[in-house]
Design a protein around this ligand. Structure first.
Ligand SMILES: [Zn+2]
Length: 322
């Protein structure tokens, strides 16, 4: 797919400067001139008044900022046009008042912080991803994924001893058995399933009213992308899929997925739902999809801008999946 990398969180040509990760003294120098993105329980600080064109901007702070008072060790992200950038976890900070509601996939609660400008707050990345520049979206996705990995991988998976951050945050080492642990990324297939010009949409139990999306599921060990597409569609809807081709990918750090967009040709039509996975599934024509995207469909609402499902659906409607 020619437009693949224009997806949100798509590659912006970031220089991760990975060879510097193993140079602790150089890292100390870079940190002194570096800019740091603080993440609080997976949320990112965004300033809605930032001077970044039409986009909202991430809030970056230098070492010593009071925003980093509760920060864990910094993770080196990149040299961004020569500017060293890092991420650090400040989840240990306790807000003076409980957030209005837990941040979740469909909530957009924003949390202020005394060290942030009044126009800035911590947000769920999904709530702001579509308004960030491609570079900032890539940085935020990288920071959220790697910080989240450290938060949930504090112990050696081989022997259970607490492990330690290494390689400027890109590895964990076990001091007891010497095992090395690397950040993980879990592949998920998400598919445009088509038959006679119609697209297969489904909705999971518990989704907001009217929300439908492309079918998706985790790739299992020992499985190809194509096999995962056929298995997931068959399990969830009973629809058989023949030819499958890869379209585009999207890092999806909620918490650690890589979405693999695929195009599959259905060879059967009848839908038999798996009620544990899907509440409903439907075949939708291109004309109907245009109505949905315009927000004029009586039952189905358009998906979330920035998510690869929305991206693939828009390009399917416009015949741009080639
Ligand atoms: Zn160990």
């Amino acid at each position: 797919m020619r437009l693949a990398e224009t997806v949100t969180f798509g590659g912006s040509g970031l220089d991760r400067a990975a060879t510097l990760r193993g140079q602790p003294e150089r890292m100390e120098e870079l940190l002194r001139e570096g800019q740091i993105l603080a993440l609080w329980r997976g949320q990112v600080p965004v300033d809605s008044a930032a001077e970044t064109g039409n986009a909202d901007g991430l809030v970056w702070v230098p070492t010593g900022s009071p925003l980093l008072d509760h920060a864990g060790p910094p993770v080196f992200l990149c040299l961004d046009d020569g500017q060293p950038r890092f991420a650090a976890d400040i989840s240990a900070w306790q807000p003076p008042e409980a957030p209005p509601q837990p941040a979740g996939i469909f909530s957009a609660a924003a949390l202020p912080h005394p060290a942030l400008p009044a126009s800035a707050a911590f947000h769920d990345l999904r709530a702001v991803m579509a308004s960030l520049s491609p570079r900032e979206a890539e940085l935020a996705a990288t920071a959220k994924a790697i910080i989240g990995w450290h938060a949930s991988h504090g112990f050696c998976a081989r022997c259970g001893t607490p492990s330690a951050m290494d390689q400027a945050g890109w590895r964990r080492l076990c001091p007891a058995c010497g095992a090395q642990h690397f950040p993980r990324t879990d592949p998920v297939v998400i598919m445009v399933i088509e038959r006679d010009g119609r697209l297969l949409l489904g909705r999971s139990p518990g989704w907001p009213e009217g929300m439908y999306s492309l079918l998706a599921g985790f790739v299992e060990p020992g499985e190809t992308l194509e096999a995962a597409v056929r298995r997931e569609v068959a399990e969830e809807t009973g629809v058989a899929v023949g030819a499958v081709r890869y379209l585009a990918s999207q890092p999806w750090p909620f918490p650690a997925s890589l979405m693999l967009g695929a195009h599959g040709q259905a060879t059967s039509e009848e839908i038999t739902l798996d009620p544990a996975e899907l509440e409903d599934a439907q075949w939708v024509t291109k004309d109907e999809m245009v109505t949905i995207l315009a927000g004029r469909h009586p039952r189905i609402r358009p998906g979330r801008a920035g998510a690869i499902a929305y991206f693939l659906i828009r390009h399917w409607v416009a015949d741009r999946l080639d």
